[in-house]
Design a protein. Structure first.
Length: 288
């Protein structure tokens, strides 16, 4: 079947048991839905089963409510939870940023050109520097300065904006602030962060300069979900690029930023396409 529109997305998970793939695919066939793409994984460690299906209904009068009601009868014996996402759904994504613009610039470009099927209703920052970029894209920009003393009040303002603009996902596009435990809990499972990944680990100011002094041979980046463990949330995507003795600190910064923006884009794209499942402290990420 040749696709002329975007598919519906079905995602589900349940305890591991015999018949998990069959109960889904058989229902799809019996209800007249053509499966374009299917991925599944059974994790032997957590004993959890995960599946993602992109499908096209045979009938133009596809009824999502009827689909859910009918599938519920099949899913109950498997203790299966599932989600059905319509083809034209564009998740609302709030972006948080500080002064570095490479990740924000990249996300907005991919949003503008349709590479990311999202809406960006708001940009939030603790610095005023990138407001012109937001204005050029016609996106509301909120400058919310923060100090150690005002952190609770500032985070409360951030939450108000997330809820006002009905953001389904929050992307920390080099937002250079450590979130409070309360904020991490509020954003659990729906916020993505990006940071550099250098070996050995270099923390604090000027990490790329520290890395150059040690003669690193690769730079990288990690995109992960936010949790209360600083930069240790469930990993979605990672990227690396080789460097050598001819690369000076400014070269490492440039290459590192390139890896960061591509890695963050891949993480956001996987999330909005419903390819990522949280599996305890880990993730299951289905490819394209």
């Amino acid at each position: 079947m040749k696709a002329t529109t975007k598919p519906w997305i079905f995602t589900a998970q349940c305890p591991s048991m015999i018949g998990t793939v069959d109960v889904v695919t058989r229902f799809m066939a019996e209800s007249g839905n053509y499966i374009e793409e299917i991925h599944s994984f059974d994790d032997q460690e957590s004993e959890r089963f995960f599946i993602r299906i992109a499908f096209f209904p045979k009938s133009e009068e596809f009824d999502a409510q009827a689909f859910n009601e009918q599938f519920a009868l099949r899913a109950e014996p498997f203790q299966m939870s599932w989600e059905l996402t319509e083809p034209n759904h564009r998740p609302r994504v709030a972006i948080m940023v500080s002064k570095y613009d490479h990740c924000l610039n990249d996300l907005l470009y991919r949003y503008r050109t349709g590479q990311l099927n999202i809406e960006v209703p708001v940009i939030i920052s603790n610095h005023p520097d990138l407001e012109p970029l937001a204005q050029w894209h016609g996106i509301p920009y909120y400058y919310l300065p923060i100090t150690a003393d005002t952190k609770p009040q500032q985070e409360a303002q951030v939450i108000e904006l997330i809820e006002k603009y009905e953001a389904e996902l929050v992307v920390l596009a080099r937002y250079m602030q450590v979130l409070s435990p309360e904020m991490c809990q509020y954003l659990d499972g729906r916020a993505i962060n990006i940071h550099h990944s250098l070996l050995p680990g270099f923390k604090g100011a000027r990490p790329y300069h520290q890395a150059w002094e040690k003669g690193v041979k690769m730079v990288g980046a990690t995109a992960h979900y936010v949790n209360n463990d600083l930069d240790e949330g469930p990993i979605i995507t990672q990227g690396i690029q080789s460097v050598d003795h001819a690369h000076y600190p400014e070269d490492l910064v440039a290459k590192g930023q390139d890896v960061e923006r591509v890695t963050l884009f891949n993480a956001v794209k996987s999330h909005v396409e419903k390819r990522v499942f949280l599996n305890g402290k880990r993730t299951v990420v289905f490819g394209r």
